[in-house]
Design a protein around this ligand. Structure first.
Ligand SMILES: Cc1cc2nc3c(=O)[nH]c(=O)nc-3n(C[C@H](O)[C@H](O)[C@H](O)COP(=O)(O)OP(=O)(O)OC[C@H]3O[C@@H](n4cnc5c(N)ncnc54)[C@H](O)[C@@H]3O)c2cc1C
Length: 477
């Protein structure tokens, strides 16, 4: 057999993106995946009843739609078909009041819906929207680099460095504007008072206007399948059911890219890892976990405000204060619930007239405490009668998520806390944090920049680094 050029451990979106980038450069690449199917956090299965398709991990994919790597690959030719709901995000406000606020695709329509906060929303997102591709180029990669778009990045940095709570209180005046902002901020999975949380909030708001909040028709798995098919088309191999536990499980290859946790990387490096690097990786911190609920419903969710059904993504959070409280310790009786209702727009995922409903709430790191009663009580506040439509529910706890992928330590779906420090030093402070001190070994998971989410950019940049270091290539993006 011909010697491999590269082995990729793990087939999450970052592992697959790394493998595609290497294969596009003409390298012989093999991916080793512990699960029976490629995809990592991007998989779908019939978790509840026959005929229902649920997303095991990621559900809504603005980052994937905007990813500079994915956008240059012909994934549509390999079966990827984006479903684009009319409205990116609906945020349920409080029962009995104006119901919901909508984050529309159009900046103007969103601003109009926000009334007195319209000008603030426009001023916040308008200038970034004008150069959104330049901004993403600069932030979906290690931040300790010379920016290609310094003005846009400076504008983003000024707004993004403070906490989301501070920005929400100082920039917006209306309950609607503040609540919409807080619902986006809660995606950071950090208390909203944490410095730097405004940055991801800005990105998520910006993406709604730039590319919408789409998802793959048929299930998130369709994205992983398209990536795998493209990789195979390029000559890459994907072996499933193979867990790499130590260096002896690795075939011989010039480079090894690890789509896993820093702890797994250390195991693979063994004694070759210098003590200082080992200590630095051991200091890497994880955020809280999530508890996830996959429902089969007999009908659509009965939202008080029917406009919520114009969006697949629903922030069931209530007011700014409610969300700040919920995300402070992740133990609120009224948790912020992030929900996705795909079948309103993609009927292929459930039997005729019936629906899937994907939801999660944050929990303390590693917690398996049952929060289904709190989550359903919260859903009932905004969609009375929700419980009566439940045909089946599948619960996934934070420890189960951690067992599902080593990247999701204690149920942290971002591969490590997105604190300001760990946005810069992910997993260690370095200009090229993918490179390890052991020649030929690279970390390429969401524990490297730009962090969590389905965008493949960690794998893409890690692969470009390996190409430059070991194969004398300049750029094969
Ligand atoms: C419930 C949930 C909801 C989410 N929602 C969204 C969302 O809506 N939108 C979004 O953009 N993101 C979302 N995310 C986050 C997103 O899924 C992750 O950030 C992303 O999958 C991380 O990609 P990755 O390649 O770094 O790691 P993973 O996707 O975790 O993949 C790592 C893969 O490597 C394999 N692996 C690791 N170590 C080994 C080993 N030693 N041997 C063999 N195989 C190994 C694992 O089995 C796994 O398949 C969600 C995640 C979860 C869990």
């Amino acid at each position: 057999m011909q010697r491999l050029d590269a082995v990729v451990v793990g087939s999450g979106p970052n592992g697959l993106a790394a493998a595609i980038t290497l294969a596009r450069a003409g390298l012989r690449v093999q991916v080793l995946e512990a699960h029976g199917r490629p995809g990592g956090g991007v998989q779908s299965a019939a978790l509840t009843l026959p005929g229902f398709t649920h997303d095991l991990g990621s559900a809504i994919h603005p980052l994937a739609a905007a990813s500079p790597a994915f956008r240059q690959w012909p994934l549509h030719a390999f079966g990827l078909d984006w479903v684009q709901p009319e409205v990116p995000v609906a945020h349920t406000l409080w029962p009995g009041s104006s119901g919901a606020v909508l984050l529309e695709r159009s900046l103007e329509a969103t601003a109009e819906g926000l009334g007195r906060d319209g000008p603030a929303w426009r001023a916040m997102f308008g200038p970034l929207l004008a150069d959104w591709e330049g901004l993403l180029h600069d932030i979906l990669r290690p931040l300790l680099r010379l920016p290609g778009h310094p003005l846009t990045l400076a504008r983003f940095g000024l707004r993004g460095l403070p906490s989301a709570e501070f920005v929400g209180r100082t920039v917006f005046q209306t309950p609607q504007g503040r609540a919409l902002w807080a619902g986006l901020a809660a995606h950071t999975t950090l208390p909203l008072g944490t410095p730097g949380t405004a940055a991801m909030t800005l990105v998520l708001g910006l993406l709604a206007h730039a590319v919408g909040y789409p998802f793959p028709r048929g299930g998130a798995q369709a994205l992983a399948d398209a990536m795998t098919a493209y990789l195979r088309f390029l000559g890459g191999e994907v072996l499933t059911g193979v867990t790499v536990r130590g260096p002896t499980d690795l075939p011989e290859a010039r480079v090894v890219l690890v789509d896993s946790s820093p702890a797994v990387l250390l195991k693979l490096l063994g004694d070759r890892a210098p003590a200082a690097y080992r200590r630095a990786l051991e200091r890497f911190r994880y955020g809280p976990g999530i508890q996830k609920f996959d429902y089969a419903l007999s009908g659509p969710p009965p939202w008080l405000d029917g406009r919520v059904n114009r969006s697949a993504t629903v922030h069931v959070g209530g007011s700014f204060k409610d969300i700040v409280r919920s995300e402070r310790a992740f133990t609120s009786a009224r948790p912020y619930v992030l929900a996705a209702q795909h079948t309103l727009f993609d009927p292929t995922r459930a039997p005729a007239g019936q629906h899937t409903f994907w939801a999660y709430a944050h929990v303390p790191s590693g917690s398996a405490a049952d929060i289904r009663p709190q989550v359903e009580a919260q859903l009932e506040r905004f969609a009375p009668g929700f419980r009566e439509r439940v045909l089946a529910c599948h619960v996934t706890t934070a420890p189960q998520l951690a067992a599902f992928s080593p990247v999701m330590v204690s149920g942290d779906v971002n591969g490590g806390a997105s604190t300001l420090w760990q946005l810069l030093a992910r997993p260690t402070p370095a200009l090229t944090p993918y490179r390890t001190p052991v020649r030929g070994y690279y970390l390429c998971s969401s524990s490297t920049p730009p962090g969590g989410g389905v965008h493949g950019m960690a794998g893409y940049h890690a692969a470009l680094t390996a190409l430059r270091d070991e194969f004398g290539e300049q750029d094969h993006g």
